[in-house]
Design a protein around this ligand. Structure first.
Ligand SMILES: *[C@@H]1O[C@H](CO)[C@@H](O)[C@H](O)[C@H]1NC(C)=O
Ligand SMILES: *[C@@H]1O[C@H](CO)[C@@H](O)[C@H](O)[C@H]1NC(C)=O
Ligand SMILES: *[C@@H]1O[C@H](CO)[C@@H](O)[C@H](O)[C@H]1NC(C)=O
Ligand SMILES: *[C@@H]1O[C@H](CO)[C@@H](O)[C@H](O)[C@H]1NC(C)=O
Ligand SMILES: *[C@@H]1O[C@H](CO)[C@@H](O)[C@H](O)[C@H]1NC(C)=O
Ligand SMILES: *[C@@H]1O[C@H](CO)[C@@H](O)[C@H](O)[C@H]1NC(C)=O
Ligand SMILES: *[C@@H]1O[C@H](CO)[C@@H](O)[C@H](O)[C@H]1NC(C)=O
Length: 548
């Protein structure tokens, strides 16, 4: 079967002229020291909530990711530590919480601003792996020193697709036939600049690198960062046919709950900036967005996910053809989720499950897969023509777990020396982790040490109690309130408390709002059940467990 987008001549094709790697790549010592180790393919998706077939979503067509899930251990309750790109990525790539990276916005580099923490790829590089970054792994810009933390984290200069520069330009054909910088942007590939899209280029580059490491016969850590379904929804328009607009429903709870504390609400400022949304003249901060446009956004998000799925399928097919499914760990995660109209909200920027919850799965050769070792594990499934019969995930874990555990988990699965647990505080320590390896879940039903309850923590900053233009993403200096949140099996509790961005201190006697949602009776979190006279112990529980 021929995948529609990528030309497979890339497979098994050498690029001899490419000045690909720095000196450490060629070091014999490095290559020899890692003989027989498992490689790592880390796939990070931008803004992907758990809208996937393998997470029980029966609208989304994601057959390739579902296939990966069927051979993986899958966590249904994995949560990001902050629901926005740079803080979340710096957190899971360093294995430290935002409280320790001190990155709550996009405007500092942890090595300078907090501590000289090692990173997940750096740890593999130091253990003799060739480490490579394709697309968006670190958030670009100040938060990774404009270099994706190269050379500390990577053996090779990180790759960014050339067509990325058109993402926010006028490339979306409007009803008037003119080009616009729209939010909803299905495109004809033959008409876009360079005739391609960033994630297609990243997939091609990742496949090229896999071919190269195959020839070099060296252990690798390859991180591939996909941009979609991040806005703008710029994707090949053929994926729309999977989601006829008349079949698209609104969120199950599209109204803003009456007892939602205003500090908890994010006004989705980034969505409002696009030309097609501006034309709707939506009132700030609460909207609403016209229903037909809500449906368009949901449709485009879903289509972007199927487009992503097609690319992941092509990447995994290359993994299979090159023989890497036998010795390569595949970790799949997103930086955080996304609201699609749930409780009247859009985008990320809050503490609700819908934006903190992420897909998280690990494929470990010979361990997680149910397939016979001689069988092919990954074959391309065209999402545009997929059999509606679903791949059921193999091994599902429901405990709340945290993205900050990604570092120690992958290190553990690759049998690198275990990372020491960070003392508190740990600003002066380069290599330690605040996460907890999830690898015990592979062998036991419960992965936690002893009888500890599983809790996932997240936090989100705000400049004020009521929504302002900068409420989604305040600069550090403008933060006055921090929302500390904990998700257990049974509930999510959040305390919004006064915060000093100069001393980085929270004042837990100055409480602005508290929220409590019960998972069983209110899974969408529309009914804040917090009552001071009954639930005051929750703050004590939060403080007792969270080191801040
Ligand atoms: C920070 O860590 C990097 C990588 O381990 C190291 O090369 C560098 O010397 C360290 N910088 C400082 C100031 O300690
Ligand atoms: C950040 O990048 C600048 C410019 O390339 C460089 O001079 C500086 O050393 C880098 N910072 C760290 C901590 O490596
Ligand atoms: C790859 O390296 C390993 C370990 O050095 C060696 O046993 C194997 O034969 C090599 N394979 C190829 C194709 O060179
Ligand atoms: C759209 O809805 C109709 C009516 O429920 C159904 O028959 C059809 O299969 C749906 N199409 C898709 C692509 O889901
Ligand atoms: C936009 O909406 C405001 C009220 O929400 C109204 O006063 C204004 O006239 C509207 N502008 C346009 C161009 O429709
Ligand atoms: C914390 O907040 C309380 C209540 O508003 C206030 O009395 C106290 O001074 C604050 N503490 C600090 C260190 O700001
Ligand atoms: C909070 O709980 C107390 C004690 O059960 C009850 O009397 C009170 O009505 C509750 N308050 C609200 C707002 O539900």
């Amino acid at each position: 079967m021929k995948p529609p987008i990528i030309c497979f001549s890339f497979l098994l094709l050498a690029h001899p002229a490419s000045p690909l790697v720095d000196g450490s790549w060629h070091s014999k010592k490095h290559l020899r020291s890692v003989t027989g180790k498992r490689n790592v393919l880390l796939i990070i998706v931008d803004d992907l909530r758990t809208s996937l077939g393998c997470y029980g979503d029966d609208i989304i067509k994601s057959p390739n990711i579902d296939q990966l899930a069927s051979h993986s251990i899958l966590f249904t309750n994995a949560y990001a530590q902050q629901a926005v790109c740079a803080p979340s990525r710096v957190s899971f790539l360093t294995g430290r919480r935002p409280e320790t990276t001190r990155l709550f916005d996009f405007n500092s580099y942890w090595r300078k601003h907090a501590g000289n923490y090692s990173t997940l790829p750096q740890y593999f590089k130091e253990h003799g792996y060739v480490t490579m970054s394709v697309g968006k792994i670190f958030h670009p810009g100040i938060s990774s020193n404009h270099s994706d933390d190269y050379p500390y984290s990577w053996s090779v200069k990180p790759y960014h697709p050339s067509s990325e520069k058109y993402e926010n330009t006028k490339t979306c054909k409007g009803k008037d036939g003119e080009l616009h910088a729209n939010l909803v942007c299905p495109v004809d590939l033959s008409e876009v600049p360079e005739g391609t899209l960033p994630d297609i280029q990243s997939t091609e580059e990742a496949i090229r690198l896999l071919n190269l490491v195959k020839q070099q016969n060296s252990s690798f850590f390859l991180a591939v960062g996909y941009h979609k379904p991040h806005i703008p929804f710029r994707f090949p328009k053929e994926f729309l046919k999977l989601y006829p607009i008349e079949n698209i429903s609104l969120a199950p709870d599209p109204a803003i709950p009456r007892n939602l504390p205003s500090v908890a609400y994010n006004p989705w400022a980034d969505i409002r900036n696009r030309e097609d949304v501006q034309a709707l003249n939506i009132s700030f901060p609460y909207g609403p967005i016209p229903e037909h446009f809500q449906r368009l956004m949901r449709q485009s998000y879903f289509a972007s996910v199927s487009y992503l799925d097609s690319l992941v399928g092509q990447l995994l097919t290359a993994v299979e053809i090159l023989g890497f499914s036998k010795d390569t760990i595949i970790a799949f995660a997103a930086d955080h989720g996304w609201s699609l109209g749930e409780h009247g909200e859009w985008a990320k920027y809050s503490n609700f499950d819908v934006v903190t919850r992420v897909p998280l799965m690990f494929y470990v050769p010979g361990v997680t897969s149910r397939s016979h070792p001689q069988q092919n594990i990954f074959t391309y499934i065209d999402p545009l023509n997929a059999d509606p019969k679903r791949n059921i995930p193999g091994n599902v874990k429901d405990d709340p777990v945290e993205l900050v555990s990604l570092f120690s988990t992958i290190a553990d699965l690759a049998q690198l020396p275990p990372l020491p647990e960070c003392p508190f505080p740990s600003f002066h320590i380069e290599t330690c982790t605040e996460g907890q390896s999830l690898s015990p879940y592979l062998t036991t039903s419960k992965g936690r040490r002893g009888n500890d309850e599983s809790i996932a923590y997240s936090s989100y900053p705000r400049p004020s109690d009521t929504p302002q233009w900068n409420s989604d993403l305040p600069h550090l200096r403008d933060i006055t309130i921090m929302g500390y949140s904990m998700r257990t099996t049974g509930f999510r509790y959040t305390a919004w408390v006064a915060y000093n961005p100069i001393t980085f201190e929270a004042n837990f006697t100055n409480i602005h709002a508290q929220e409590l949602y019960f998972v069983k009776t209110d899974p969408n979190q529309d009914n804040n059940f917090f009552n001071t006279s009954i639930h005051s112990h929750l703050l004590i529980k939060l403080l007792g467990n969270l080191k801040i």
